[in-house]
Design a protein around this ligand. Structure first.
Ligand code: GLC
Length: 423
């Protein structure tokens, strides 16, 4: 199955990059500050990513343990990172003056990473995109009056034409993230969705041009996977036809674009626990970085990626190829499973014992994953009573692991359990 890589790899990098890296205060800055095109132009006039080297990005992703990368080809501000024939609002007309996408795609491939494009369905620059409740000029009566005759059909043609460019001009594209639909949202007037985007036609074209591509669920029609954003689902996700592939997209600090003064950083430990939690529920993690206007992943983000990579180097096999387990994990733990290997992730380190319900007689061997050191198994002895230094027997079916006092010096300790073949 050509799409099987997605569930296998489990961990990807999201990159939000565009003009909004220059104001450096969230990728929605044009909307939040109700900037006009003229006001926002100051970023277009100064975009010059002199330190852009996507090979560095790809290396950082790979070292962090990520195996696919998804870059914003165009965000809601409408600015295009490639030399589109359909607009002048593109990187080749900025001081930087060169296409950003071709080197990006080549760098990913050189590192053996799958290539993904994010593309905004919303466009706050295109002259035919009707002003609505999300638009930066949504409260500007004069702008609204001037835009009254806008015809979304023209924008639709542009949208489809750009997707054709993206899917024909850069070789094989493995993944496409459309963003987003808001038809019928009570709090947003003028919402748009499948009908406005021409989603049926759009998706048919995508599948025709790139038969192996994975497409997300935000066109207003179902896709190959669903995209919980900035939250962790409570369990495996399901669609109308049962279990469905899912991918949580998460930020480092709450913002997708580079946001200089936002210090609300998640720690590497927390991010790893989110990755593990997702895989234990059969999902992926797409973790975002927002490079600066000069084209660098800033040092804080690089530090986080490096710390994640340190853990992934030792624990990759509890993530890659793993999914939801057949057993219920004890408190403060998550299991992931890959065939006859069950991985116990300990979010907190208990003293001496951890009890695993339902695993008595099911485990042949156990080891700490970080250093392959053996962990003793204590099979249940129901007749045993607790006395002085001896703990009592556990309920039937419980397997007990004997842990060292010192927790291994890794962000999240993992015990690898080798299951016996099922009876
Ligand atoms: C949202 C936001 C956006 C971000 C995206 C990532 O829908 O509008 O800024 O790109 O989610 O999933």
């Amino acid at each position: 199955m050509s799409k099987a890589w997605f569930r296998h790899e489990r961990f990807g990098m999201f990159i939000h990059w565009g003009l909004y890296a220059l104001p450096a205060r969230h990728e929605w800055v044009k909307n939040r500050e109700q900037l006009t095109d003229e006001q926002y132009d100051r970023y277009f006039e100064r975009f010059d990513a002199d330190l852009y080297d996507p090979r560095e990005w790809a290396r950082s992703a790979r070292t962090a343990g990520m195996r696919y990368v998804v870059l914003t080809t165009k965000h809601h501000d409408g600015f295009c990172l490639w030399d589109s024939a359909l607009t002048e609002y593109k990187v080749t007309n900025t001081p930087y003056g060169r296409d950003l996408l071709t080197p990006f795609v080549e760098a990913c491939r050189a590192e053996g990473l799958k290539v993904g494009f994010y593309h905004s369905l919303i466009d706050w620059h295109h002259p035919s995109f009707p002003i609505d409740g999300l638009h930066p000029q949504g409260d500007d009566e004069a702008a609204k009056a001037a835009a009254a005759g806008r015809d979304i059909a023209e924008y639709r043609t542009y949208l489809h034409g750009q997707i054709r460019e993206l899917l024909t001009g850069f070789g094989q594209i493995d993944y496409l993230f459309f963003d987003f639909s808001y038809a019928g949202r009570p709090q947003t007037w003028g919402g748009k969705g499948a009908e406005e985007w021409g989603a049926e036609e759009l998706l048919a074209m995508v599948r025709e041009l790139q038969p192996d591509i994975l497409v997300n669920d935000r066109t207003g029609l179902p896709g190959d996977f669903v995209t919980p954003e900035q939250y962790q689902p409570a369990g495996p996700m399901t669609g109308p036809e049962g279990p469905i592939a899912w991918e949580a997209c998460q930020t480092l600090n709450g913002s997708w674009g580079y946001d200089r003064d936002n210090l609300d950083y998640k720690s590497p430990d927390l991010l790893l626990r989110m990755l593990i939690d997702g895989v234990s529920k059969d999902g992926n993690l797409l973790l975002n970085v927002g490079p600066t206007g000069r084209g660098l992943i800033d040092p804080r983000a690089e530090g986080t990626l490096a710390a994640i990579g340190d853990w992934m180097r030792l624990h990759e096999r509890s993530i890659r190829g793993c999914g939801a387990p057949e057993y219920v994990a004890p408190p403060d733990c998550r299991y992931t499973q890959n065939g006859d290997r069950l991985y116990l992730h300990l979010f907190s380190w208990p003293f001496k014992h951890v009890h695993l319900p339902g695993l008595a007689g099911r485990v042949r061997y156990a080891q700490l994953l970080s250093d392959a050191s053996e962990i003793h198994l204590v099979e249940p002895d129901l007749s045993r009573l607790h006395e002085n230094t001896q703990p009592g027997g556990q309920p039937a079916g419980t397997l007990t692991l004997q842990l060292p006092v010192r927790r291994p010096e890794v962000a999240v300790p993992v015990i690898e359990l080798f299951l016996s073949p099922s009876a």
